[in-house]
Structures are given as structure tokens and as C-alpha cells.
Write a protein that binds this ligand. Structure first.
Ligand code: C2E
Ligand code: CA
Ligand code: CA
Length: 504
């Protein structure tokens, strides 16, 4: 029995021992695994730590990068909104400013925006060079800065020779106009740049905010319209926008469109007005005067379209048409044996200044086969003087072909002896305005006599236009005027009605 018990205890002990060994073995395995896991964890931790360090370094770099980006964005924005020449805000900066101003305006607040445009700035650039032009713009910017910034006004350069000023510190229209006039006056003071001294003027379009517009686009359009009228009314002035300006401008654009179409449709016609030799009463020539055969308005006189055609450049094709028509008619008369009468054709400034002017004249002379000896051009003093050297050169080249020249509307412009002496013209045309009152007005009489004496002294032929009655003709004869033209002899007529004059 005891033996069994002992054996049982032995078995139990063996089992316990086996279990212990198994347990020990398992524990060892677990420990081994734990050790493995621990070192894996450590590895992971290390790589995570490294990654974290890397990320935080990247984060720092990123932050630096962001800062640099925002700095350069600021720089770019500043450049995009600033004019490089004057360091003033440019058009973009100006538009942003106006939009922001309008968003923040109080109900009773009023602003005035001035569009200041330098008159004839092109001439400064062309005669002295572009860097000189730049210096002039900087000087204008400096004057404006000094004058308007101290008043808390806003100033920007919104175009090549265009500045915008926003005024807000005025109690009423009168005070505002005084401020604008002060700007005009200050800009008119002599400029001394480098060796040169010169004067310039500006034309200003003014809009009131919010009356004349509540966004930058509308305000700009209206400011342009006002400025346009300041320019076309003689420059060196300011004009306030009002609705009628827009309407006038729209009508003008429509008229210019109609002129364009009328040129294509050949709706223009050349009339001719005889010119008389006062010593023989013979017809010695004609002046070509254009008319517009308008489908609704009938025959439209040139006073109603020449200036607009000139303004938009359509005078160039229109003038070419008149010259071609005139040369064709003259060629026909020459072929019929009328070789004495001169045909005078009016030139406009823009046509004469056009680069292709000489080529176009030569081409028309060649195409029509006309003898240029019977062709005369009428130019005005202001046209001739605008670029005297060019005028002299062009006139001389045409004179070599036999073309002659008359100075139209003489007495209304500079009438300076100095340039008259240099201009290769053959004839002076006394302006109609002097003839109108020559019989009643003593000073007009004296002017006519003086022009005739001047013409004689310079060996020029003199013709009086606008002669409407026999008394005027008698007066002209008594003061030895060479020629006359006017309703007394004939109004301008169609070619068909000319035969009677050609045969005289
Ligand atoms: P302008 O060159 O001074 O032409 C003379 C104008 O006086 C013409 O007017 C003519 O019809 C008018 N006239 C002539 N005699 C008398 C008169 O006794 N009494 C009155 N009351 N008027 C008289 P028109 O034809 O209406 O031309 C006006 C202006 O239009 C011209 O003035 C000229 O500057 C311009 N013009 C006419 N045709 C052309 C053209 O083909 N080209 C250019 N560039 N201008 C032209
Ligand atoms: Ca004329
Ligand atoms: Ca005239």
C-alpha cells in the first residue's frame, strides 16, 4: 500500500515536474518573444523618432518657405499695383482703390475724380527722345504729389501721359473748381529739364462719385468722355461729365460710322466753284469742294462732316477720293483742250501729315494721267507750321512736278512773315471772314489791304474768297487784288453744270 502511495506521489511529482518544465520552457519562449518584440519596438521607436525629427525639420523649412512666398507675393502685388516710372499706384492699383473707396463711402460723401491727360505729349517724346519724356512725366508726378498728397487726396498714374487724382476735401463745386484750376496752373509753369525749357498744358475730365457712376468701369467711361471734350474743345481745360456728353459722343461715333459707310458706298461727290481773274473777269480756275449725298438728309455740306472725318482718320481715304475725282475731271478737261484753268484741292492736316501722302499723290497723278501743272493744293497756316521742315520738303517735291500751293484762310492764323518767307507757296487766300464786312468795317478793310501788300512784297498771287456782291469786287479791284471767288460769280456746282464756265 505504502508502495502505491509512494509511486502515486512520485507520479504526481513527475507530472508537477513535467508541468514545471513545460511552464519554464513556455516562459522562456515568452520571454524570448518579448525580448524580440521589445527590440522591434525599440527599432520602430527609433525610426519613428527619426521620421518625426525629419518631419519637424521639414515643417520648419516649410514655414520658412511659406514666409518667403508671402513676402514675394507682397512684392509682386506691390509691383503689379505700382508704376515703375513714378512709383505712384498704376491703373490696377487705382481701380482697386476706387472700388474699395466706393464700398466704404458714407451716404452723404462725395468724391471728385480727375483724369489729367498731358496735351501733345507725343511731341515731347518725338522731339527730345523717350528718356526725356520719362523725365517730364516724373516732374509732373512730383508736382502733383506735392500739390495733392498734402491735401489727403489720392494720386495715380493710370496711363502713358495720364494721371488720376481723387479729391474729397472740398465744400462745394466752387471750391472744387478752384482746386482743379490750381492743379492746371501749377502744371503750366515752365519745365526746366536738362538743358531744355518748355511749357505744357493738360486736359482734364472730371467725374463726381457717386452721381456719375458707382463702379470703376462706368466712371472711367464717363471720365474719358469728359476728357475727350476737353481735348476737342481746344485742350488746356477741365470739363465736368454730364449725361449730354455721352449722348453727343454716341452721335459722333454714329456719324463717323456713317462716313465710313458713305466712302464705301461712293456717296460723296465733288463740286467745283469758279475762281475769277479780277483784271480780266475771266475764269482762271476752280476749287474742288466735297459734298455728301445723304440718303435721308440730302446734300450735306463739308462743315458737318470734315472735322469728324479728320478726327477719326477717315479724312485720309475721303481726301484721296476727292483728289482722285478732281484729277480725273481735270484730265478730262485737259483732253478737251482746257489747259489754262487751275484746279485747287483742299488738303486736311491729317491727310498731309500721313506717311503715305506723297506716294498716294504720285499714284493718283500717274493713274489718272493728269498734267500736275494745273493742279493746286490748298493748305492752312496751322498745317504748314505744325512741322515746318516736313512742309517745306513736301511742298518742294510736289512743286518739282509742277503742282502749286495756296495758303487757305489766310489772316486767321499766325500770318507771320518769318515762316511765310520760307514756305514755297504761290498764293494767299484771304479768309472769307474779312470779306464779310469789308465794306462796313474799316479794320477789316485795312487787313485786306495789308494782306494784298504783303502778298505783293513776297511776290505771291492773292485771291479773296466769299465775294458775294459787286461792291466787294469793286473794292478788291481798287486795291489790286488779283483774283476772287464767291457766290457773286457762282456757288460750287456739279461737274455737269461747269461747261458754261469752262467755255467762258
Ligand atoms: P474753304 O476751303 O474755306 O472753302 C470755301 C468755302 O466757302 C466753301 O464752303 C464755299 O462753298 C464757301 N463759299 C465760297 N464762296 C462763298 C460766298 O460767296 N459766300 C458764302 N457764304 N460762302 C462761300 P464749303 O464748300 O461748305 O466748304 C467748307 C469747308 O470745308 C472748306 O472751306 C474746306 O475747309 C472744307 N472742305 C471742303 N471740301 C474739302 C475737301 O475736299 N477736303 C478737305 N480737307 N476740306 C474740304
Ligand atoms: Ca479752301
Ligand atoms: Ca478758305
Amino acid at each position: 500500500m505504502e508502495g502505491y502511495v509512494q509511486a502515486g506521489i512520485g507520479v504526481v511529482l513527475l507530472i508537477i515536474g513535467v508541468l514545471l518544465v513545460i511552464n519554464l520552457l513556455q516562459n522562456h519562449k515568452i520571454r524570448q518573444k518579448m525580448q524580440k518584440d521589445e527590440s522591434k519596438l525599440l527599432d520602430n521607436y527609433q525610426s519613428l523618432k527619426a521620421a518625426y525629427e525629419e518631419v519637424s525639420q521639414d515643417k520648419e523649412e516649410l514655414a520658412e518657405h511659406c514666409e518667403e512666398l508671402s513676402r514675394s507675393k507682397e512684392r509682386m502685388q506691390k509691383t503689379a499695383y505700382t508704376d515703375y516710372l513714378t512709383c505712384l499706384p498704376n491703373r490696377l492699383g487705382y481701380s482697386e482703390f476706387i472700388e474699395a473707396e466706393m464700398r466704404g463711402m458714407k451716404p452723404d460723401e462725395v468724391l471728385a475724380i480727375l483724369d489729367i491727360d498731358v496735351d501733345n505729349f507725343k511731341i515731347i517724346n518725338e522731339s527730345y527722345g523717350h528718356s526725356y519724356g520719362d523725365d517730364t512725366l516724373r516732374e509732373i508726378a512730383r508736382r502733383l504729389t506735392r500739390l495733392v498728397l498734402e491735401r489727403g487726396a489720392y494720386l495715380a498714374r493710370i496711363g502713358g501721359d495720364e494721371f488720376a487724382v481723387v479729391l474729397r476735401d472740398f465744400s462745394g463745386r466752387e471750391e472744387l473748381e478752384a482746386q482743379i484750376q490750381q492743379i492746371l496752373n501749377y502744371l503750366k509753369e515752365p519745365y526746366r529739364i536738362g538743358e531744355k525749357e518748355f511749357l505744357l498744358t493738360v486736359s482734364v475730365g472730371v467725374v463726381m462719385v457717386p452721381i456719375d457712376g458707382t463702379n470703376c468701369q462706368v466712371l472711367t467711361k464717363n471720365m474719358d468722355a469728359a476728357k475727350f471734350f476737353a481735348k476737342t474743345n481746344g485742350r488746356d481745360m477741365y470739363i465736368f461729365y454730364d449725361d449730354s456728353l455721352s449722348r453727343t459722343l454716341a452721335a459722333k461715333l454714329e456719324l463717323q460710322n456713317e462716313i465710313r459707310k458713305a466712302i464705301e458706298d461712293k456717296a460723296f461727290e465733288v463740286y467745283f466753284q469758279p475762281q475769277i481773274d479780277l483784271s480780266t473777269d475771266q475764269i482762271i480756275g476752280f476749287e474742288a469742294l466735297v459734298r455728301w449725298n445723304h440718303p435721308e438728309r440730302g446734300v450735306v455740306p463739308p462743315a458737318e462732316f470734315i472735322a469728324d472725318a479728320e478726327e477719326c482718320g477717315l479724312i485720309v481715304p475721303l481726301g484721296e477720293f476727292v483728289l482722285r475725282e478732281s484729277c480725273q475731271k481735270l484730265k478730262k478737261w485737259q483732253d478737251e483742250g482746257y489747259t489754262k484753268q487751275v484746279l485747287a484741292v483742299n488738303l486736311s492736316a491729317r491727310q498731309f501729315k500721313n506717311r503715305d501722302f506723297m506716294d498716294s499723290v504720285m499714284k493718283i497723278i500717274q493713274e489718272t494721267g493728269v498734267d500736275p501743272k494745273q493742279l493746286e493744293f490748298e493748305i492752312t497756316e496751322s498745317m504748314a507750321l505744325d512741322d515746318l521742315e516736313y512742309t517745306i520738303k513736301t511742298l518742294q517735291s510736289l512743286r518739282e512736278l509742277g503742282v502749286s500751293f495756296a495758303l487757305d484762310d489766310f489772316g486767321t492764323g499766325y500770318s507771320s512773315l518769318n515762316y511765310l518767307k520760307r514756305l514755297p507757296v504761290n498764293q494767299l487766300k484771304i479768309d472769307k471772314s474779312f470779306m464779310d464786312r469789308v465794306l462796313e468795317d474799316h479794320s477789316d478793310q485795312k487787313i485786306v489791304e495789308t494782306i494784298i501788300a504783303l502778298a505783293q512784297a513776297l511776290n505771291l498771287v492773292v485771291i479773296a474768297e466769299g465775294v458775294e456782291n459787286a461792291e466787294q469786287a469793286d473794292f478788291l479791284k481798287s486795291v489790286s487784288c488779283d483774283k476772287a471767288q464767291g457766290y457773286l460769280y457762282s456757288k460750287p456746282v456739279r461737274e455737269n453744270d461747269l461747261k458754261v464756265f469752262l467755255q467762258m
